[in-house]
Design a protein around this ligand. Sequence first.
Ligand code: SF4
Length: 354
Amino acid sequence: MDSVDVKRVQRTDLDAGDVEDPRPALVDPFGREISYLRVSVTDRCDFRCVYCMAEHMSFLPKADLLSLEELDRLCSAFIARGVRKLRLTGGEPLVRRGIMTLFATLSRHLESGRLDELTLTTNGSQLAKYATELAAYGVKRINVSLDTLDPDKFRAITRWGALDHVLTGIDAAQAAGLKIKINVVALKGVNEDEIPELVAWAHGRGMDLTLIEVMPLGEIGEGRLDQYLPLSLARARLSERYTLEDLDYRTGGPARYVRVAETGGRLGFITPLTHNFCESCNRVRVTCTGTLYMCLGQEDAADLRKPLRASEGNELLHAAIEEAIARKPKGHDFIIDRRHQRPALARHMSVTGG
Ligand code: SF4
């Protein structure tokens, strides 16, 4: 991010007229109100996780990415339409230059009460640097992706990551008062034996943990079926050690939760392949290039960058959002192409936002 962009964002922040009047809520054709927006702010990352990226990635040219000002306008437009929870993702959101400026400007929606939650999903590598600032901008809870507590395995999974940086980041985030949920991707033959220890570690530090099944998205040069560990199996193994009590707790997303009686902590399962979570879906995603995906598992998308750049006002943007939400499908249809071991969809999670 260059200094010109940063200045523009600050000007936006100072402009009292920039908070839009509330508009009618976004309701899809199946009566689901869109209240949760996930926005990828960059496709870049300082890790190269084997299930997410190839080692040598070509990233998008800067001009294709939404500027921080455009990201602010886009998020604010959705907030004016009833989005109450906003999650910034990537790639790794904290490697986007100037990203604290975006948190700073978006925090005005928390102050006004229009937004309930501003949060992010991070790999934790930059948390030691940013945790205090994030807390100051009203972030209360964050998701940290962490698949193992073994430094060598961590290096093998992330290719470029260092476990101690992430653990230091988690310490800093907890010291800043942020609540943390640990997201663990369950990988066959990699961390499957470590899952009970991870649960004990996370719950022992007062953090929830969610297990995620490998999703069939993106061409990454690894056999998806080789990594695929059904969470039904992981859950069965966990029940040999722990008492798992089903919880009604729902976030409108794909996770199903249990309480682990022995630790008192909450454990989530995200199983997009084996269960359908669409009926309660209240969310949409926007990529770092401004493409709105109404459903993670469908290719149908709407370009919001064009209306954002076509005029300084937001009328075109709102029209494009409305038109897209009217097409939000009822559900998804993930499949792994078992013959070719290829994902059914060709885009990387790092572009859509994990
Ligand atoms: S999974 Fe997350 S941390 Fe790993 S490469 Fe992808 S974006 Fe980066």
